[in-house]
Design a protein around this ligand. Structure first.
Ligand code: ZN
Ligand code: ZN
Length: 428
């Protein structure tokens, strides 16, 4: 990518920014839960049509793809996710969400763009327009992907399984980004293992209910569950090497409805994260071993039941692809805006656009690069306690927090420019 190419592509940025900003505020005010992104998808599709893309809707649910063929050259996939979270917004912003919606269990929940996917959608839309307007500057095919249901780590795989690469095009490289609470406008990169594999497990522990005054005539699943929760803490502490990173979280523990009734069952949901397949497999085995043994120890009448709720693979950035992205970003933003990204325990389903295999897509893997864009207001960052970025980042509103409020102007501009310059690096 030459400086002239980049400058020509980014020249309309100032005129486009108000449009991107109003799309962002509109999406922020109208968030939609995973797999329910109809309105957002409609906006994305209309935006792409207006920008001259050939648009395919309804891939993997509400997924939208825009294709722009522009002569011989590589096919570059740019991805942005669209879904919001069941969080009650407390930012106090004038465009804060007051939306509620029925979730998949039929419960009414508040909805908020607490992970910044509204920014991802807006930045991707902006980059799509800039790249379409700069068609004389590059050759190849641009594939703009608006993905549903990232928060369930389901949307990317759903799009791939729905034949994204057969119906639309097979990319040579896939690029994506996520906003994080680093200072607004900073771009963070990492090669190799970057985000964790994640596995959500549902467990049912069977007891025998009865009167709270006669525990001897029952099998109390509450007590069994309590032992399980504490014993599970020994997996990472005692079974995984201290040089490895892994997480076992019990995020849900439910049993009983009244003080004097011992319930029949207890229910748990666990989240498991690591950076390698063998460690992930070890943890899953250890959980089943411990839960089964504790149920035996508590004389449960039936073995426990285990269920996979969802899972995703680790995000492992291709070194050569990431090196090119980083060089393009250094040329545009300057080295002082770039930082090295630490490994994250968070997860993504973006790697399903690159990792081939059964139930995904055929042929070789597609190299991918996934980077991060800082979103925290500079005055908020300055006030955050701590000497290092690792310390400060824990003191500012993080993704999924009800106070998460990106610095709109700087973040959106950086996100659009990061996608555009990275795409131009490959669209020669
Ligand atoms: Zn999220
Ligand atoms: Zn997210």
């Amino acid at each position: 990518m030459t400086t002239e190419t980049k400058d020509a592509a980014l020249a309309p940025m100032a005129d486009l920014m108000p449009k991107i900003d109003s799309l962002y505020r509109d999406l922020h005010e109208h968030p939609e839960l995973s797999l329910m992104e109809q309105r957002t998808a409609g906006k994305a599709a209309q935006w792409l049509r207006d920008a001259g893309y050939q648009v395919t809707e309804g891939i993997g649910g509400t997924g939208v793809v825009g294709l722009l063929k522009n002569g011989d050259g590589p096919t570059v996939l740019l991805r942005g996710d669209m879904d919001a979270l069941p969080v009650k917004e407390e930012t106090g912003l004038p465009y804060a969400s007051t939306v509620t919606a029925k979730d998949h269990n039929g419960q009414t929940v508040p909805v908020m763009h607490a992970c910044g996917h509204d920014a991802h959608t807006s930045c991707l839309a902006g980059a799509a327009t800039l790249l379409a307007q700069a068609k004389q500057q590059w050759h190849g095919t641009l594939m703009v992907v608006f993905q549903p249901a990232e928060e369930l780590v389901a949307g990317a795989l759903a799009m791939v399984r729905d034949g994204l690469y057969q119906k639309v095009a097979r990319p040579d490289v896939a690029l994506g980004q996520h906003i994080i609470p680093f200072p607004a406008g900073v771009i963070a990169h990492r090669s190799g293992p970057t985000m964790a594999a994640s596995y959500a497990m549902g467990i049912t522990i069977h007891g025998k209910g009865g009167h709270g005054s006669a525990p001897d005539a029952t099998v109390d699943p509450v007590v069994i569950a309590a032992y399980i929760v504490t014993r599970l803490q020994t997996i990472v502490a005692r079974e995984i090497s201290p040089s490895e990173r892994a997480v076992v979280t019990v995020g849900l523990l439910q049993a009983g409805i009244k003080d004097n009734v011992i319930p029949n069952d207890a229910r748990m949901e666990l989240n498991i994260r690591s950076y390698s397949d063998p460690i992930q497999a070890h943890i899953l085995e250890a959980i089943k071993r411990i839960v089964t043994a504790e149920c035996d120890a508590g004389r449960a009448p039936k073995p426990p039941e285990f269920k996979e709720l969802y899972s995703t693979i680790a995000t492992v950035n291709d070194a050569a692809t990431m090196a090119r992205v980083k060089a393009a970003h250094a040329a545009h933003f300057g080295q002082d805006r770039l930082v090295e990204m630490p490994q994250l325990n968070g997860s993504e389903d973006f790697p399903y656009f690159g990792a081939s295999g059964p139930g995904r897509f055929d042929g070789p893997d597609i190299p991918y690069a996934y980077w991060f864009v800082g979103a925290t207001r500079h005055d908020t960052w300055a006030k955050a306690k701590g000497d290092t970025w690792e310390q400060k980042v824990t003191q500012v509103p993080f993704n999924h927090n009800s106070h998460f409020a990106p610095d709109r102007e700087i973040t959106l501009k950086a996100g659009v420019e990061a996608l555009t310059t990275a795409a131009l690096e490959f669209l020669k």
